[in-house]
Design a protein. Structure first.
Length: 256
């Protein structure tokens, strides 16, 4: 149940237990949500997107997903300055949707932070993804034209598979890193990974990768793989050479 309130906490002025939007369900589509709740505004166009802003989603015990967005095709929407918590389930589940942007949001879940499936043109900008029970901070599959920009991953992994056209830039990974598989046209820029465990950074069966200005610092274990390219075709690789305070490992390049 969604509770409408004007008392603020956390990231915003509203507190709700969960948010469910299904544009094929007349009881919880975007139009109904915008009419019934003060924290949602807009009309879903490029000039006037639906905006959910300054909301704390508590994710009460027993919920499978704190935020669920399904079947939202062709409507622009933005989550801005929101905190998404999940005690038992996933923080956010996006499926069969498009044209969504998450800006300055915080994800904290006992399972996975945000899952995106079969959804194109989805962007995460300046978000904080903290430790997740199943390690995955943002997990995406079969979702093209994705952008991850300016996000901090704290003990959480960026996990992507079966995606065409990925732009990743200005990320910081603390403890864990990223895994990208079976994807094409990847631009990965200006990011840093600190103190990660064995095999936390890698590309598997990916094509047309630009991997530039990446800094990798430290390692908890000897002789682990810092960044691997397996069965990949590459366009450009440039890994920065920082001052390493912990043990130094190596990169592996296995090209088609």
């Amino acid at each position: 149940m969604i509770i409408k309130t004007s008392s603020g906490s956390g990231s915003g002025s509203y507190i709700v237990s969960n948010i469910t939007i299904d544009d094929m369900n007349s009881s919880c589509n975007w139009e109904v949500t915008e009419i019934n709740y003060d924290w949602c505004s807009g009309s879903g166009t490029h000039e006037d997107p639906y905006i959910i802003e300054n909301v704390l989603i508590t994710g009460e015990s027993g919920l499978t997903q704190s935020v669920s967005i399904k079947n939202s095709i062709g409507k622009y929407f933005i989550f801005r300055n929101c905190t998404v918590n999940a005690i038992d389930g996933y923080g956010m589940w996006i499926q069969n949707s498009s044209l969504g942007s998450f800006e300055n949001c915080w994800f904290n879940s006992s399972q996975k932070g945000a899952i995106v499936r079969y959804s194109d043109n989805i962007a995460f900008r300046n978000c904080n993804i903290s430790k997740q029970g199943q390690n995955v901070g943002i997990g995406m599959d079969n979702s093209n034209n994705t952008i991850i920009d300016g996000c901090l991953f704290s003990d959480a992994i960026l996990d992507m598979e079966y995606i065409v056209n990925i732009t990743v830039r200005n990320l910081e990974f603390n403890v864990k890193g990223f895994s990208i598989r079976n994807s094409d046209y990847i631009t990965f820029l200006d990011s840093v990974s600190y103190n990660f465990y064995s095999w936390s950074n890698g590309f598997v069966e990916c094509n047309y990768i630009i991997f530039d200005n990446i800094t990798i610092v430290g390692s908890f274990e000897e002789n682990n793989i810092w960044v691997g390219f397996f069965e990949c075709t590459l366009s450009l690789i440039h890994i920065s050479e920082p001052t390493r305070l912990l043990s130094i490992s190596y990169a592996v390049f296995c090209l088609k």
